[in-house]
Design a binder for this molecule. Structure first.
Ligand SMILES: *Cc1c(COP(=O)(O)O)cnc(C)c1O
Length: 342
């Protein structure tokens, strides 16, 4: 247990935002090698005005969470998967490799150093972990940087659902695409999220908190929501789209495994937008909320309705509580998804 006492925060009411903690951990890449990680107290980075990341976006990130379990352990959910995904991202953006070992060590050390910021069990809150890597080397002509920073910071975040598990309505955006075929939609490249802002804001201006993108080549198949994967229940099947431009969500992967444990069938294949008509339950999934149930999807003049058009369906509700139960140590972690902070 932590020697320091937990700060006096209103854990259950925290937003998904930044709260200062004690330490972040930093690694610097220079002359072909990464430095040892160093815990830092400062919250800023000092960058050259011609740093590569400021102009040409060699910038990648990850997002994962630590939880205090029912029996007072501190655990991180599937960090090995985030490490692997960051390696895929780095490879595509020509950023030097960050080994899985280095990534996991960074997570261990930074969470340990901020142990008292892990929200108490029972509040529904968690410690959000944000690893990121940027090209810091000086670059005027386009090309990869010769120096990089890999930094991991943490910040406590409140429960996503403050008023209970609730459905929202989504809008299909066709005015903008999120990701090009053979582009970078499948990786967590910083630039993707700048490119997605127009679509997100367009949806918000029409009153929709979530937007759904179609495949950018034909606008026929479902890709994913702005920053979360598309999952659905069709009869006794967990159905999620297959596409080269979808970000491989670890939440989606985990829910698919739990679905099979629950006795559902699992299917991952291209899903036509017109198939929305036959779906019983739809959810937007990612680390922040686990599942945001979608009650209706608006596409032009057409409205697709799922379940009673208002409330989360029973399968998504069960999937949500099962995953949450594993993260808080209330259910058996039979797939070995939790890494304990020691
Ligand atoms: C991060 C992200 C997700 C969710 O991934 P998780 O690993 O489940 O958090 C989904 N879509 C996009 C575009 C993302 O950036």
């Amino acid at each position: 247990m932590s020697e320091k006492t937990k700060p006096n925060l209103n854990w259950a009411e925290l937003e998904f935002g930044y709260i200062k903690t004690d330490f972040n951990i930093r690694y610097h890449y220079k002359n072909g090698a990464w430095s040892q990680g160093e815990l830092a107290k400062e919250e800023t980075v000092n960058l050259h005005i011609a740093a590569q990341c400021l102009h040409y976006a060699q910038a990648a990130f990850e997002g994962l969470k630590a939880f205090e379990t029912k029996d007072k352990r501190i655990v991180v959910f599937r960090p090995d998967q985030n490490a692997k995904r960051m390696q895929t991202t780095c490879e595509r953006l020509f950023i030097p490799d960050i080994s899985e070992e280095m990534f996991l060590d960074a997570v261990q050390k930074v969470v340990k150093a901020n142990e008292h910021f892990v929200p108490p069990y029972g509040t529904g809150a968690s410690l959000y972990i944000r690893p990121f890597v940027v090209g810091t080397g000086v670059r005027v002509g386009v090309g990869p940087a010769d120096e990089y920073d890999f930094i991991v910071f943490v910040t406590p975040v409140g429960p996503y659902y403050k008023g209970g598990f609730k459905s929202v309505e989504a809008l299909v955006v066709e005015k903008f695409d999120r990701a090009a075929p053979l582009g970078v939609g499948h990786i967590k490249a910083g630039g993707n999220y700048a490119a997605g802002l127009s679509g997100d804001q367009y949806g918000k201006s029409k009153g929709f908190p979530v937007v759904l993108y179609l495949d950018s080549k034909e606008h026929k198949y479902i890709d994913e929501f702005g920053t979360s994967n598309f999952i659905s229940i069709k009869g006794d099947t967990y159905l999620t789209p297959k596409s080269d431009s979808i970000l491989a969500s670890i939440t989606n992967d985990s829910l698919g495994i739990i679905a099979v444990d629950m006795g559902l069938k699992y299917e991952r294949r291209p899903v036509l937008i017109t198939e929305l008509d036959g779906l019983d339950e739809v959810g937007a999934v990612g680390t922040a909320a686990i599942i945001t149930p979608i009650s209706k999807i608006h596409h032009g003049d057409k409205v697709y309705v799922f379940g009673d058009g208002e409330n989360p369906g029973q399968n998504l509700t069960k999937l949500y509580s099962s995953l949450r139960g594993i993260q808080y140590g209330e259910c058996e972690d039979k797939h070995n998804w939790l890494m304990e902070i020691k």
